[in-house]
Design a protein around this ligand. Structure first.
Ligand SMILES: Nc1nc2c(ncn2[C@@H]2O[C@H](COP(=O)(O)OP(=O)(O)OP(=O)(O)O)[C@@H](O)[C@H]2O)c(=O)[nH]1
Ligand SMILES: [Mg+2]
Length: 396
């Protein structure tokens, strides 16, 4: 029975080898006793050339096994898959991921910062995505590596509408020198912005030297993007009659350049008219960057008209601002402001998630609504309650 099984196994092995094209021969040595006893057979098998037996040089690392070293070396080697996974790690809310992310970022920081960060904003439909596609490909032609990130706190509700339209950035998204990442979803504007800032660091460490940060023109998010970029570009469209298109003076004042898009076909003349009107209107506005007067240009993201001029202007800005020290000074201030905003964010979260806070807030809120309590007094009571709560917590 056993003998039969071993014969079957041998036959099976032979078949496998034959299927794989491996020659197998049997010899009987000279000293073997006469007869047909198999125990004295010697088998010679030629070395296999099967691909599966070759050692694998690049072992695919599974995400759950990634170490801090894996993330850091992956990013520094410009591995796009690991770059994407590192950003996923920094976006994670899980405390152990956060711990890892902090260490990864700390090690990547010395390799970052060597880039030009450009913010791009504009009302929905102004052509931001189309502009990023054309402009991104242009600067890649110049030898740069482009990363596209976004700040869109609303994307948690709309499931990431911004940059969801990768079809508008079809060529760019497929280019090996481009990396596109949608806005992190969920959380406050401060929270989303913080993740985008960290993603900038990661992309820079991976060798991307032009960072485009897109946001939709709704006000507050523009101020946030301005606080993380070197150059801020506002995309406009012509023909709305009012040259400022209902945009608040405050938002216009954030811009280093305003670009009238869709200057093509029948619209070209109208775009030029809008450009001139805006230029005049801007004479009275405060510059966003010290020593730089906001420029107004026209372009067509569709045909590429005006795109090289925009590129030249931005690089002129970079050289001038570096020479005058404004560039470096702004980056330092941005880092310190980010630090303060993170402290505020953490204190706010700590406060509102402290036990008993929510129910006490509700109690005070009712009294304020009924006119029984002055809001300032309510806030004082709230703080007294909170501080007592912390010390009671500590004594435990
Ligand atoms: N004629 C013309 N059409 C353009 C140009 N740029 C963009 N468009 C068109 O305008 C529409 C909106 O363009 P998008 O690039 O999606 O605009 P967006 O600002 O990203 O829009 P949201 O993502 O919705 O905020 C599309 O149909 C584009 O094809 C341009 O330079 N000329
Ligand atoms: Mg878009």
């Amino acid at each position: 029975m056993k003998h039969k099984e071993s014969q079957q196994d041998r036959k099976h092995a032979q078949n496998l080898h034959q299927e794989a094209g491996v020659e197998e021969k049997s010899y009987r040595p000279d000293w073997a006793p006469p007869g047909n006893h198999e125990a004295f057979a010697v088998k010679i098998v030629r070395g296999s050339t099967l691909s599966h037996s070759e050692p694998k040089t690049s072992k695919r690392i599974r995400r759950k096994n990634l170490s801090i070293d894996d993330y850091v070396t992956g990013v520094l080697n410009g591995d796009r898959s690991l770059l994407a996974q590192t950003i996923t790690l920094i976006e994670s809310q899980a405390p152990h991921h956060r711990e890892m992310a902090t260490q990864v970022l700390h090690r990547l920081l010395p390799h970052a910062e060597k880039s030009l960060r450009i913010g791009i904003s504009g009302v929905p439909g102004a052509g931001k995505s189309t502009f990023i596609e054309t402009f991104g490909l242009k600067v890649i032609e110049d030898g740069h590596h482009v990363a596209v990130l976004a700040v869109d706190p609303s994307s948690s509700l709309t499931k990431g509408s911004i940059l969801g339209d990768k079809t508008r950035m079809e060529k760019l998204s497929r280019h090996e020198h481009a990396f596109i990442r949608p806005s992190p979803s969920g959380g406050t504007l401060g929270g989303v912005a913080s993740k985008t800032r960290e993603a900038i660091t990661v992309c820079e460490a991976a060798g991307y030297d032009v960072i485009l940060v897109e946001t939709v023109g709704v006000g507050q998010s523009e101020i946030t993007v301005r606080s993380m970029v070197d150059f801020f570009l506002l995309l406009q469209i012509s023909g709305a009659g009012d040259e400022l298109q209902g945009m608040k003076k405050g938002v216009i004042e954030l811009a280093d350049a305003i670009v009238i898009n869709k200057a093509d076909g029948d619209n070209k003349e109208k775009a030029e008219l809008t450009r001139k009107q805006l230029e005049t209107a801007l004479n009275y506005l405060k510059p966003s960057t010290k020593g730089w007067t906001c420029r107004v240009l026209a372009c067509s993201a569709l045909t590429g008209f005006g795109i090289p001029e925009i590129r030249d202007m931005i690089w002129e800005f970079k050289e001038k601002m570096i020479a005058e020290g404004v560039f470096q000074k702004r980056r330092k201030e941005q880092a310190v402001n980010w630090f303060y905003s993170m402290i505020e964010e953490k204190i706010r979260t700590w406060f509102y998630t402290h036990s008993g806070i929510q129910s006490y807030i509700e109690t005070l809120k009712k009294k304020i609504e009924s006119g029984e309590l002055l809001p300032t007094v309510g806030a004082e009571q709230m703080m007294t309650y909170f501080l007592k709560n912390i010390s009671a917590h500590k004594e435990k």
